[in-house]
Structure formats: C-alpha cells, structure tokens
Design a protein around this ligand. Structure first.
Ligand code: DC
Length: 225
C-alpha cells in the first residue's frame, strides 16, 4: 500500500502540532514532530556545556548522540536521548533557543535528514517542521504552510507554558518569538519559507476545529481520502 505524506510547515506557535496531531489521529497516520528532534540535539548541547551556536563543537558530538523517536501507547511521540526519555525536558524556553541555534548548522540538518525521511518511507505521516515541504519531503502528497499573527502565536505559547507549570510573561514570550522567527527565517541553510506548491493556511481567526476542517477538505481534494 502506498505511504502518504502530509507536510506542515510554519513558524512556532502557528498551530502546526495541534493540526498535525489531529490529522494523524483522524487518518491513522504517524505524527512526526521534527522540531522535537532539533530540541533534543539542543538539549544535549546544553547538558554538555556546549554553546549551541558553536557549530564545530555541536557537530563533534553528533556521532555520540543516540536519538530515538518512539510512538508510545499514549499516542504521543517520545524523544529518547541516549536511553533517557526527554520528552518533557525539551519543552523549556532555554531548549527552544538552543534548538533554533543548532538548527542553523548545516551539519546538524544533514545529520537529521535521513532520520526524518526514513519515517516517511516506513509510514504514512503527517510531519511538521520548518523545511518539510521544501527539503525533507519535496514530493509530499500535500503541503500546508501555516501562519498566524505573531501576537496570536505568542499568546498561545504563553498559555501553553502556563499550563505546563512554567509560566512566563507574554512580553518575554513575544520578544523571544520575534527573535526565533528572525533566526529561523534568515539562516543560510533551509530557512523557513513556503514551498511553491504549498497551500497557505492562516489560522489567526480560525478555531482549532475550523483549522482541522479546512485541512481535511484539502486532504479530500488532493489525496481522495
Ligand atoms: O517547532 P519547534 O518550536 O519545536 O522547533 C524548534 C526549533 O527547531 C525551531 O526554532 C526551528 C527548528 N526546526 C527546524 O529548523 N526545522 C524543522 N524541521 C523543525 C524545527
């Protein structure tokens, strides 16, 4: 049977993971959160006392990293770093910044490319990230480029952090998000950009349900599912 792939790209807080998870569940596809993989590399650099911006130092450690992506019975994607489940630990603001820094290194992106492509070879996937439609899965059956106003995205992230028990003032979240948007969009390698054949989906004024319904409509049209 053919494996289908749906690529969802966009800036942080645009609602990619919420949409991707909902679609994966409805379609019976695997949800692959590629940001979590970069976060795991970022965490490992921080733990080793390495500056995530130092490409040479980060790259030197890559061969020692054993990163596994497991889909557990709870339906969630768990990240395993050298045998330890770090799914929770990779969600702090510090790790967000470290992930953005390591993601700018060509050596890190090259190292993680096969891991991501292998997932799509073995399973039907809904994969979210920044360069899925442009680099990782250029032949995806459907590409969606999500966006939302930055104030809206920062607000969503503020709520998410509070719910996790790690609250942070909205202004700080907004500032960090602006910084990360800038870094992700202006880096030399695989910058965040919309693939030419991606369908834009701005959900600033859509509820989660409306966003999912819009995407489902696209899937019916494109994949006939
Ligand atoms: O989606 P996220 O916030 O969990 O991603 C964390 C960082 O990883 C983000 O700053 C950009 C980077 N990233 C990337 O460069 N390419 C991807 N495919 C996914 C994430």
């Amino acid at each position: 049977m053919k494996n289908y792939s749906i690529a969802i790209d966009g800036p942080s807080g645009a609602g990619k993971s919420t949409l991707a998870r909902a679609l994966a569940e409805k379609l019976g596809f695997l949800y692959a959160d590629t940001g979590a993989i970069y976060r795991t590399v970022g965490l490992s650099a921080l733990r080793a006392g390495i500056d995530p911006k130092d490409e040479q130092a980060v790259a030197a450690r890559l061969p020692e990293l054993d990163i596994e992506l497991i889909h557990a019975d709870d339906g969630l994607q768990h990240m395993i770093l050298n045998g330890e489940d770090v799914t929770e630990q990779i969600r702090t603001p510090e790790v967000s910044m470290a992930a953005s820094a390591v993601a700018a290194h060509p050596s890190v992106r090259a190292f993680l490319l096969d891991t991501q492509r292998d997932l799509a070879k073995k399973h039907s996937v809904v994969m979210d990230g920044r360069d899925i439609g442009t680099v990782v899965l250029p032949d995806a059956d459907l590409k969606i480029f999500m966006s939302a106003d930055i104030q809206q995205r920062a607000w969503r992230r503020t709520i998410e952090l509070a719910e996790r028990g790690t609250p942070k003032p909205y202004e700080e979240v907004l500032e960090e998000m602006e910084q990360r948007d800038r870094d992700d969009a202006t880096r030399d390698v695989a910058p965040l950009r919309q693939a030419e054949d991606a369908v834009p989906l701005n959900n600033s004024h859509l509820t989660i349900q409306e966003t999912v319904e819009t995407a489902e409509q696209l899937i019916r049209e494109r994949l006939g599912l």
